[in-house]
Ligand binder design. Structure first.
Ligand SMILES: [Zn+2]
Length: 121
């Protein structure tokens, strides 16, 4: 079992990562009114020539990809923070054993212990 000090440390890590991601996402677009965790990308406008258009599209796709990765990570963090509140943080979702500290140190938002995580990735 994790003690309170450990949980507080992970919580602080998660909160600061959450803030960073939200900030990065705000560069992509504006938060949707009904869901503050989902952001709309806006299409960059570089120019009107065909090359400019191609560049705009590829930049837009790069952004969308980065945006969806950030959103997925944000979702994991929000879930982990929720687990802290409900007292299930640090417990493997599959085998219900404690998740190893060394795994939580790498990613405090881990859902599975090392053993269970092996079969899922
Ligand atoms: Zn497990």
């Amino acid at each position: 079992m994790l003690n309170n000090t450990q949980i507080t440390t992970y919580q602080a890590q998660l909160e600061s990562e959450k803030k960073k991601i939200q900030q990065e996402l705000s560069n992509f677009g504006v938060a949707k009114k009904n869901d503050p965790h989902d952001f709309d990308s806006f299409m960059p406008s570089i120019g009107l020539s065909e090359e400019d258009n191609a560049l705009e599209v590829s930049e837009y796709l790069n952004k969308l990809c980065a945006e969806s990765l950030l959103e997925a990570r944000l979702k994991e963090i929000v879930e982990a923070l929720h687990k802290i509140k409900t007292g299930t943080f640090g417990i493997c979702e599959k085998c219900h054993q404690d998740i190893e500290i060394k795994k939580l140190d790498v990613n405090p938002a881990s859902d599975f212990c090392i053993n269970c995580g092996k079969y899922l990735n």
